[in-house]
Design a protein around this ligand. Structure first.
Ligand code: TIH
Ligand code: FE2
Length: 293
């Protein structure tokens, strides 16, 4: 019989080491992993712990038999394993604030729960983000109607490492200092539809960047479906938009970029009624009042 070879790729030189061409080519790679025990250096803390080696062998069996396309095997982690995770997790959460500070000057600061938006936004003027530490109830992981540690760390924290996003946030914060009651309402809406529930264009795609979306698997899926209404980010309009607090948002606003949002918000805040302007002096960590306008 004649063999037919279909070549849909440019040829590579014969001397080229093997490499996978399709996803299923990845299947044999697991055989290349060292066998349990062999790979553990004699000074590895687990090497002389028979129970640990056995447990590891039990878990790694999953990888040995795994084939492309199958669901990831479920591992029922033990109490000790979960506690190990907790040690790492707790350490990580401690350095989050330090990392953010080195990127943009933002820091996290613990707060008991929801505070009136004036105080919350005021913090942003100092590049301080007030974050809760308690965790949502385990029966409803995909949506919480109040902030919790998952929301702060998975939703908000990563964004504060972006300089334009950090500027945008501080811009809202500065405008909130001494703002009138009416302007406060406007700024809260601007905050809500950017930092909390913002969408952003990226190429021909729309992506979610608001912390309230990134920490809620349920709303994240919903916001990118055809169910909600999506409007362009125009601060004067955003400022008037009403919104529910404890359910999926019916309306979202999409911005062109963080820089664009920052410029637009900066323009918008000039229209507010405050008779003075302010700036944050990072050297003295204090607010300076500028000439009344
Ligand atoms: N809905 C968010 C979540 O599930 O993570 C939490 C909230 C953000 C804003 C208000 S409630
Ligand atoms: Fe939030």
């Amino acid at each position: 019989a004649k063999q037919v070879q279909i070549i849909n790729n440019a040829k590579v030189p014969d001397s080229t080491p093997w490499f996978p061409r399709t996803l299923t080519d990845l299947d044999p790679i697991t055989k290349k992993a060292s066998k349990i025990g062999e790979g553990l250096a004699s000074d590895s803390p687990g090497a002389n712990d028979a129970a640990y080696c056995a447990r590891r062998a039990e878990i790694t069996k999953n990888a040995d038999t795994y084939k492309t396309g199958r669901p990831i095997p479920f591992v029922n982690y033990s109490r000790v394993e979960i506690e190990t995770w907790a040690v790492i997790y707790n350490k990580l959460t401690k350095i989050v604030s330090k990392f953010l500070k080195s990127r943009t000057g933002f820091t996290l600061r613990p707060i008991k729960g929801i505070v009136p938006s004036r105080y919350f936004l005021n913090g942003l003027a100092f590049r301080v983000f007030h974050a809760t530490q308690y965790i949502r109830h385990h029966t409803k992981p995909l949506y919480s109607n109040e902030p919790d540690i998952c929301h702060e760390l998975l939703g908000h924290a990563p964004l504060f490492a972006d300089p334009d996003f950090a500027d945008l946030s501080q811009e809202i914060g500065l405008a909130s200092l001494g703002a009138s009651y009416r302007d406060m309402k406007r700024l809260t809406a601007i905050y809500w539809f950017t930092v909390e529930f913002g969408l952003c264009r990226q190429g021909d795609q729309i992506r979610a960047y608001g912390g309230g979306l990134l920490s809620s698997f349920g709303e994240l899926e919903y916001c990118l479906s055809d169910k909600p209404e999506i409007r362009p980010f125009e601060p004067a309009k955003v400022a008037q938009q009403k919104f529910p607090f404890s359910e999926y948002q019916p309306v979202y606003f999409v911005t062109e970029s963080f820089k664009d949002a920052k410029m637009r918000v900066r323009e918008f805040t000039k229209s507010l009624s405050r008779p003075f302007s302010v700036r944050y002096n990072a050297n003295t960590e204090s607010i300076e009042i500028l000439d009344s306008k």
